[in-house]
Design a protein around this ligand. Structure first.
Ligand code: AKB
Length: 321
Protein backbone atom coordinates (compact mmCIF):
# COMPACT_ATOMS: atom_id res chain seq x y z
CA UNK A 1 0.00 0.00 0.00
CA UNK A 2 1.06 3.63 -0.44
CA UNK A 3 3.25 5.13 2.29
CA UNK A 4 0.79 8.01 2.58
CA UNK A 5 -2.03 5.88 4.00
CA UNK A 6 -3.84 7.22 7.03
CA UNK A 7 -5.17 4.31 9.03
CA UNK A 8 -7.92 4.45 11.64
CA UNK A 9 -8.42 1.60 14.13
CA UNK A 10 -11.71 1.42 16.06
CA UNK A 11 -11.38 -0.70 19.20
CA UNK A 12 -7.60 -0.32 19.37
CA UNK A 13 -7.39 -1.05 23.12
CA UNK A 14 -8.77 -4.57 22.69
CA UNK A 15 -6.91 -7.84 22.24
CA UNK A 16 -6.53 -7.61 18.45
CA UNK A 17 -6.35 -3.80 18.34
CA UNK A 18 -3.33 -3.64 20.65
CA UNK A 19 -1.24 -5.94 18.44
CA UNK A 20 -2.58 -4.54 15.17
CA UNK A 21 -1.80 -0.94 16.15
CA UNK A 22 1.79 -1.84 17.10
CA UNK A 23 2.33 -3.67 13.81
CA UNK A 24 0.74 -1.01 11.58
CA UNK A 25 2.65 1.78 13.34
CA UNK A 26 5.92 -0.03 12.75
CA UNK A 27 5.09 -0.24 9.02
CA UNK A 28 3.34 3.09 8.34
CA UNK A 29 4.86 5.31 11.03
CA UNK A 30 3.21 6.19 14.32
CA UNK A 31 1.51 9.39 13.14
CA UNK A 32 -0.18 7.65 10.21
CA UNK A 33 -2.07 5.23 12.44
CA UNK A 34 -4.87 6.76 14.52
CA UNK A 35 -6.06 4.60 17.39
CA UNK A 36 -9.45 4.93 19.05
CA UNK A 37 -11.54 3.20 21.66
CA UNK A 38 -14.45 3.94 23.99
CA UNK A 39 -12.12 4.58 26.93
CA UNK A 40 -8.98 6.71 27.28
CA UNK A 41 -5.81 4.90 26.28
CA UNK A 42 -3.53 3.12 28.66
CA UNK A 43 -1.11 5.71 30.08
CA UNK A 44 1.87 3.62 29.04
CA UNK A 45 0.72 3.82 25.42
CA UNK A 46 0.13 7.57 25.31
CA UNK A 47 3.22 8.57 23.34
CA UNK A 48 2.76 5.87 20.77
CA UNK A 49 0.74 7.97 18.29
CA UNK A 50 -2.58 9.80 17.81
CA UNK A 51 -5.45 8.53 19.96
CA UNK A 52 -9.15 9.49 20.10
CA UNK A 53 -11.80 8.44 22.61
CA UNK A 54 -14.59 7.27 20.31
CA UNK A 55 -17.85 5.39 20.86
CA UNK A 56 -18.82 3.62 17.61
CA UNK A 57 -22.48 4.30 18.40
CA UNK A 58 -21.92 8.08 18.52
CA UNK A 59 -22.38 9.31 14.95
CA UNK A 60 -21.31 12.91 15.70
CA UNK A 61 -17.99 11.79 17.18
CA UNK A 62 -17.44 9.40 14.29
CA UNK A 63 -18.01 12.24 11.83
CA UNK A 64 -15.60 14.49 13.75
CA UNK A 65 -12.84 11.85 13.80
CA UNK A 66 -13.28 10.93 10.10
CA UNK A 67 -13.27 14.65 9.13
CA UNK A 68 -10.19 15.37 11.26
CA UNK A 69 -7.99 12.53 10.00
CA UNK A 70 -9.51 11.62 6.61
CA UNK A 71 -8.55 7.93 6.92
CA UNK A 72 -7.80 5.96 3.77
CA UNK A 73 -7.99 2.59 5.57
CA UNK A 74 -10.23 1.65 8.50
CA UNK A 75 -10.05 -1.39 10.78
CA UNK A 76 -13.32 -1.66 12.71
CA UNK A 77 -12.64 -4.02 15.62
CA UNK A 78 -15.01 -2.71 18.31
CA UNK A 79 -17.47 -5.46 19.30
CA UNK A 80 -18.92 -7.37 22.24
CA UNK A 81 -17.66 -10.98 22.31
CA UNK A 82 -19.64 -14.20 22.78
CA UNK A 83 -19.83 -14.71 26.55
CA UNK A 84 -20.52 -11.05 27.41
CA UNK A 85 -23.12 -10.70 24.66
CA UNK A 86 -25.02 -13.67 26.13
CA UNK A 87 -25.25 -11.69 29.38
CA UNK A 88 -26.32 -8.46 27.66
CA UNK A 89 -28.04 -9.60 24.44
CA UNK A 90 -29.63 -6.29 23.38
CA UNK A 91 -26.49 -4.31 24.18
CA UNK A 92 -24.37 -6.86 22.29
CA UNK A 93 -26.64 -6.77 19.26
CA UNK A 94 -26.77 -2.96 19.22
CA UNK A 95 -23.02 -2.50 19.59
CA UNK A 96 -22.14 -5.14 17.01
CA UNK A 97 -24.75 -4.17 14.40
CA UNK A 98 -25.35 -0.43 14.88
CA UNK A 99 -21.61 0.11 15.38
CA UNK A 100 -20.95 -1.69 12.11
CA UNK A 101 -23.54 0.35 10.18
CA UNK A 102 -22.21 3.61 11.63
CA UNK A 103 -18.63 2.83 10.60
CA UNK A 104 -19.52 1.37 7.17
CA UNK A 105 -21.65 4.45 6.41
CA UNK A 106 -18.84 6.78 7.53
CA UNK A 107 -16.40 4.83 5.32
CA UNK A 108 -18.73 5.28 2.34
CA UNK A 109 -19.29 8.97 3.03
CA UNK A 110 -15.59 9.69 3.45
CA UNK A 111 -14.58 7.50 0.51
CA UNK A 112 -12.33 5.24 2.55
CA UNK A 113 -10.34 2.99 0.18
CA UNK A 114 -10.26 -0.17 2.34
CA UNK A 115 -12.25 -1.31 5.35
CA UNK A 116 -11.62 -4.38 7.52
CA UNK A 117 -14.33 -5.93 9.70
CA UNK A 118 -13.71 -9.16 11.64
CA UNK A 119 -16.11 -12.08 11.72
CA UNK A 120 -15.65 -15.19 13.86
CA UNK A 121 -16.05 -18.96 14.03
CA UNK A 122 -19.14 -18.02 16.09
CA UNK A 123 -21.07 -17.69 12.80
CA UNK A 124 -21.31 -21.48 12.79
CA UNK A 125 -23.83 -23.37 14.90
CA UNK A 126 -25.04 -26.79 16.08
CA UNK A 127 -26.01 -28.00 12.57
CA UNK A 128 -22.69 -26.98 11.00
CA UNK A 129 -20.22 -29.83 10.24
CA UNK A 130 -17.79 -29.49 13.16
CA UNK A 131 -14.65 -31.06 11.71
CA UNK A 132 -12.83 -29.23 8.93
CA UNK A 133 -15.81 -26.86 8.66
CA UNK A 134 -16.19 -25.79 5.02
CA UNK A 135 -16.27 -22.19 3.83
CA UNK A 136 -19.87 -22.61 2.65
CA UNK A 137 -22.16 -24.80 4.77
CA UNK A 138 -25.16 -24.71 7.11
CA UNK A 139 -24.79 -21.75 9.49
CA UNK A 140 -27.24 -21.62 12.39
CA UNK A 141 -25.49 -19.68 15.19
CA UNK A 142 -27.36 -19.70 18.48
CA UNK A 143 -25.51 -16.94 20.32
CA UNK A 144 -26.18 -13.21 19.96
CA UNK A 145 -22.53 -12.69 19.03
CA UNK A 146 -22.69 -15.39 16.33
CA UNK A 147 -25.99 -14.09 14.97
CA UNK A 148 -24.61 -10.55 14.82
CA UNK A 149 -21.43 -11.76 13.07
CA UNK A 150 -23.40 -13.77 10.50
CA UNK A 151 -25.68 -10.79 9.82
CA UNK A 152 -22.56 -8.59 9.61
CA UNK A 153 -21.02 -10.90 7.02
CA UNK A 154 -24.13 -10.60 4.88
CA UNK A 155 -23.88 -6.80 5.15
CA UNK A 156 -20.19 -6.87 4.15
CA UNK A 157 -21.22 -8.53 0.92
CA UNK A 158 -24.24 -6.23 0.53
CA UNK A 159 -22.26 -3.01 1.06
CA UNK A 160 -19.64 -4.23 -1.40
CA UNK A 161 -22.13 -5.23 -4.09
CA UNK A 162 -24.66 -2.42 -3.71
CA UNK A 163 -22.53 0.53 -2.64
CA UNK A 164 -19.01 -0.43 -3.72
CA UNK A 165 -17.54 -0.41 -0.19
CA UNK A 166 -14.27 -2.35 -0.39
CA UNK A 167 -14.68 -4.19 2.90
CA UNK A 168 -12.76 -7.38 3.67
CA UNK A 169 -13.31 -9.89 6.45
CA UNK A 170 -11.99 -13.08 8.05
CA UNK A 171 -13.56 -15.42 10.58
CA UNK A 172 -11.21 -15.27 13.56
CA UNK A 173 -10.78 -18.45 15.59
CA UNK A 174 -9.84 -18.07 19.28
CA UNK A 175 -6.85 -15.71 19.38
CA UNK A 176 -3.86 -16.17 21.66
CA UNK A 177 -1.48 -13.30 22.32
CA UNK A 178 0.58 -11.86 25.17
CA UNK A 179 0.34 -8.10 24.62
CA UNK A 180 -3.30 -7.76 25.73
CA UNK A 181 -5.92 -9.87 27.46
CA UNK A 182 -9.09 -10.90 25.66
CA UNK A 183 -12.38 -9.83 27.23
CA UNK A 184 -15.66 -11.71 27.35
CA UNK A 185 -14.95 -14.54 24.89
CA UNK A 186 -15.45 -18.30 25.09
CA UNK A 187 -11.89 -18.98 23.94
CA UNK A 188 -10.34 -16.70 26.63
CA UNK A 189 -9.12 -19.71 28.64
CA UNK A 190 -6.36 -20.25 26.06
CA UNK A 191 -4.76 -16.94 27.10
CA UNK A 192 -5.57 -17.01 30.81
CA UNK A 193 -3.98 -20.45 31.17
CA UNK A 194 -0.52 -18.98 30.38
CA UNK A 195 -0.82 -16.22 32.98
CA UNK A 196 -1.92 -18.73 35.64
CA UNK A 197 0.81 -21.17 34.59
CA UNK A 198 3.42 -18.52 35.35
CA UNK A 199 1.73 -17.21 38.49
CA UNK A 200 0.79 -20.50 40.22
CA UNK A 201 1.73 -23.35 37.84
CA UNK A 202 -1.89 -24.50 37.84
CA UNK A 203 -5.11 -23.55 36.07
CA UNK A 204 -8.83 -24.16 36.57
CA UNK A 205 -10.47 -24.32 33.15
CA UNK A 206 -14.11 -23.40 32.46
CA UNK A 207 -14.32 -25.73 29.41
CA UNK A 208 -14.26 -29.55 29.52
CA UNK A 209 -10.91 -31.20 28.83
CA UNK A 210 -11.93 -32.55 25.41
CA UNK A 211 -13.54 -29.38 24.01
CA UNK A 212 -11.51 -28.86 20.85
CA UNK A 213 -11.72 -25.42 19.21
CA UNK A 214 -9.94 -23.67 16.33
CA UNK A 215 -7.25 -21.30 17.67
CA UNK A 216 -4.54 -19.02 16.29
CA UNK A 217 -1.44 -17.26 17.57
CA UNK A 218 -1.85 -13.48 17.43
CA UNK A 219 1.08 -12.88 15.06
CA UNK A 220 -0.68 -15.07 12.49
CA UNK A 221 -3.98 -13.27 13.05
CA UNK A 222 -2.33 -9.87 12.53
CA UNK A 223 -0.57 -11.12 9.41
CA UNK A 224 -3.90 -12.37 7.99
CA UNK A 225 -5.70 -9.16 8.92
CA UNK A 226 -3.16 -6.93 7.17
CA UNK A 227 -2.67 -9.30 4.22
CA UNK A 228 -6.36 -9.50 3.34
CA UNK A 229 -6.85 -5.76 3.81
CA UNK A 230 -3.91 -4.95 1.55
CA UNK A 231 -4.52 -7.67 -1.07
CA UNK A 232 -5.34 -6.57 -4.61
CA UNK A 233 -9.16 -6.33 -4.92
CA UNK A 234 -9.40 -9.05 -7.57
CA UNK A 235 -7.81 -11.58 -5.15
CA UNK A 236 -10.55 -11.10 -2.57
CA UNK A 237 -13.22 -13.26 -4.16
CA UNK A 238 -15.29 -13.93 -1.06
CA UNK A 239 -16.92 -10.72 0.07
CA UNK A 240 -18.72 -12.08 3.12
CA UNK A 241 -15.86 -13.48 5.23
CA UNK A 242 -13.06 -16.04 4.84
CA UNK A 243 -12.55 -19.16 6.96
CA UNK A 244 -9.13 -19.00 8.60
CA UNK A 245 -7.27 -21.74 10.43
CA UNK A 246 -4.14 -21.82 12.57
CA UNK A 247 -4.30 -24.81 14.91
CA UNK A 248 -6.93 -26.80 16.83
CA UNK A 249 -6.63 -28.15 20.36
CA UNK A 250 -8.62 -28.92 23.50
CA UNK A 251 -7.76 -27.77 27.06
CA UNK A 252 -6.16 -31.14 27.89
CA UNK A 253 -3.89 -30.98 24.83
CA UNK A 254 -2.85 -27.41 25.58
CA UNK A 255 -2.17 -28.26 29.24
CA UNK A 256 -0.04 -31.24 28.18
CA UNK A 257 2.10 -29.03 25.94
CA UNK A 258 2.47 -26.37 28.66
CA UNK A 259 3.51 -29.08 31.15
CA UNK A 260 6.05 -30.36 28.62
CA UNK A 261 7.62 -26.90 28.43
CA UNK A 262 7.14 -25.98 32.11
CA UNK A 263 7.47 -28.87 34.50
CA UNK A 264 4.89 -29.35 37.23
CA UNK A 265 2.04 -27.51 35.51
CA UNK A 266 -1.40 -28.97 36.32
CA UNK A 267 -4.96 -28.30 35.20
CA UNK A 268 -8.38 -28.97 36.72
CA UNK A 269 -11.89 -28.16 35.54
CA UNK A 270 -14.86 -26.12 36.77
CA UNK A 271 -17.27 -25.95 33.83
CA UNK A 272 -19.50 -22.91 33.30
CA UNK A 273 -21.99 -21.53 30.73
CA UNK A 274 -19.28 -21.03 28.12
CA UNK A 275 -19.14 -24.81 27.59
CA UNK A 276 -22.50 -24.70 25.78
CA UNK A 277 -21.26 -21.95 23.47
CA UNK A 278 -18.05 -23.86 22.70
CA UNK A 279 -20.02 -27.01 21.88
CA UNK A 280 -21.95 -25.15 19.18
CA UNK A 281 -18.73 -24.10 17.39
CA UNK A 282 -16.47 -26.02 14.97
CA UNK A 283 -13.49 -28.05 16.19
CA UNK A 284 -11.39 -27.36 13.09
CA UNK A 285 -11.69 -25.19 10.00
CA UNK A 286 -11.08 -25.67 6.27
CA UNK A 287 -9.37 -22.47 5.13
CA UNK A 288 -8.44 -23.57 1.61
CA UNK A 289 -10.26 -20.60 0.01
CA UNK A 290 -8.10 -18.08 1.92
CA UNK A 291 -4.97 -20.06 0.99
CA UNK A 292 -5.91 -20.16 -2.69
CA UNK A 293 -7.28 -16.62 -3.10
CA UNK A 294 -4.80 -14.41 -1.22
CA UNK A 295 -2.02 -16.74 -0.14
CA UNK A 296 -2.88 -17.32 3.53
CA UNK A 297 -0.55 -19.65 5.45
CA UNK A 298 -0.07 -19.73 9.23
CA UNK A 299 3.45 -19.75 10.77
CA UNK A 300 2.66 -21.03 14.28
CA UNK A 301 1.65 -24.50 15.45
CA UNK A 302 0.74 -25.24 19.09
CA UNK A 303 4.28 -26.02 20.23
CA UNK A 304 5.70 -22.77 18.79
CA UNK A 305 2.78 -20.77 20.17
CA UNK A 306 3.23 -22.18 23.70
CA UNK A 307 6.98 -21.45 23.58
CA UNK A 308 6.36 -17.86 22.45
CA UNK A 309 3.63 -17.21 25.04
CA UNK A 310 5.69 -18.51 27.98
CA UNK A 311 8.80 -16.63 26.86
CA UNK A 312 7.10 -13.30 26.18
CA UNK A 313 4.99 -13.33 29.36
CA UNK A 314 8.06 -14.27 31.43
CA UNK A 315 9.93 -11.35 29.82
CA UNK A 316 7.06 -9.06 30.84
CA UNK A 317 7.51 -10.20 34.43
CA UNK A 318 4.28 -12.23 34.72
CA UNK A 319 4.64 -14.50 37.76
CA UNK A 320 7.88 -12.83 38.85
CA UNK A 321 6.60 -11.87 42.33
C1 AKB B 1 -15.01 -15.47 21.48
O1 AKB B 1 -14.64 -16.45 22.14
O2 AKB B 1 -16.11 -14.92 21.62
C2 AKB B 1 -14.07 -14.95 20.41
C3 AKB B 1 -14.36 -15.53 19.06
C4 AKB B 1 -14.06 -16.94 18.79
O3 AKB B 1 -14.80 -14.83 18.20
N1 AKB B 1 -12.72 -15.20 20.79
Amino acid sequence: MAETETILILGSEGQVGTDLAARLRSVYGKNNVVCSDIKPSDEAKQDLGPYEVLNVLDKESIKAVFSKYKPTMVYHLAAMLSATAEKYPRKGWDLNMEGMFAIFDACLEHKVKRTFWPSSIAVFGPSTPRIHTPQHCVMDPNTIYGISKLAGERFCEYYHEKYGLDVRSIRYPGLIGWKALPGGGTTDYAVDIFHQALISNRYTCFLKEDTALPMMYMDDAIKATIDITEAAPELVKIRSSYNLSGMSFDPKGLATEIARQQSGFTIDYDIDARQKIAESWPQSIDDSAAREDWGWKPDFNMEAMVREMLTQLRNMGVGAN
